[in-house]
Design a protein. Structure first.
Length: 216
């Protein structure tokens, strides 16, 4: 992955009409801050055995997300060789999804809302802004609570809701501990096991997770 290609990014490219400065307008109750867990029978190679963090970029827009459990062979230090703090760092770049794989997106935690980030949940944000990523990488522990992705996943309005209703995905509320797991290879299996335990409970014991059913 060449840095010149990877950093051709802007929040406006996440979805038509989206701009990072409008992040505060994003509603919090529509397909935001959830995890999609591919069921074992889902055999699409783009999403087989994946866990996808989902956020809603704008009212009426389709959800976007990044696959959180597919690390690549590329190291973050290869993307930013000039950053001394990364030279001995083995953190990997993750494959975020099948859309625009030459783009870089990143998920990170921040104590204050960044202007160039989409709010996901709590203190968690998603961005594709190169300047913001450079700021995050200047922190004392630059890769703590940070995941960098090549590409993303996206759905048209109503498409994801239809896929969930057809039974392709299990839906969970997002948890930072899963997103930043040090053992991403184990994440999918652990959540599938949790889904099996959850299905044995009464419906009242399972928290409802709102998912957007937006229409064009």
């Amino acid at each position: 992955m060449r840095r010149s290609a990877a950093l051709l990014i802007a929040a406006a490219t996440l979805a038509p009409g989206v701009h990072a400065a409008r992040a505060a307008e994003i509603p919090t109750d529509v397909a935001n801050g959830i995890l999609l867990v591919a069921k074992p029978e889902l055999q699409d190679p783009n999403f087989r055995q994946t866990v996808v963090l989902i956020t809603q970029p704008q009212p009426g827009g389709g959800p976007i997300g990044v696959i959180v459990n597919r690390p690549t062979d590329h190291r973050l230090r290869q993307l930013f060789p000039e950053i001394d703090a990364l030279r001995s760092n083995d953190d990997r770049i993750y494959s975020g999804g099948p859309v625009q794989r030459d783009m870089v997106l990143f998920v990170f935690r921040s104590s204050s809302a960044p202007k160039a980030g989409l709010h996901v949940l709590g203190d968690l944000y998603l961005s594709g802004n190169a300047e913001l990523l450079a700021e995050v990488l200047k922190r004392p522990e630059p890769t703590r609570d940070l995941r960098v992705y090549a590409g993303y996943a996206g759905w048209a309005p109503g498409q994801l809701q239809a896929e969930i209703e057809l039974g392709g995905w299990v839906v969970f509320r997002a948890e930072p501990e899963i997103i930043f797991s040090k053992d991403p290879a184990a994440v999918w299996g652990a959540l599938i096991a949790r889904a099996g335990k959850r299905s044995t409970r009464s419906p009242e014991a399972i928290p409802a997770v709102p998912v957007a059913a937006a229409t064009p």
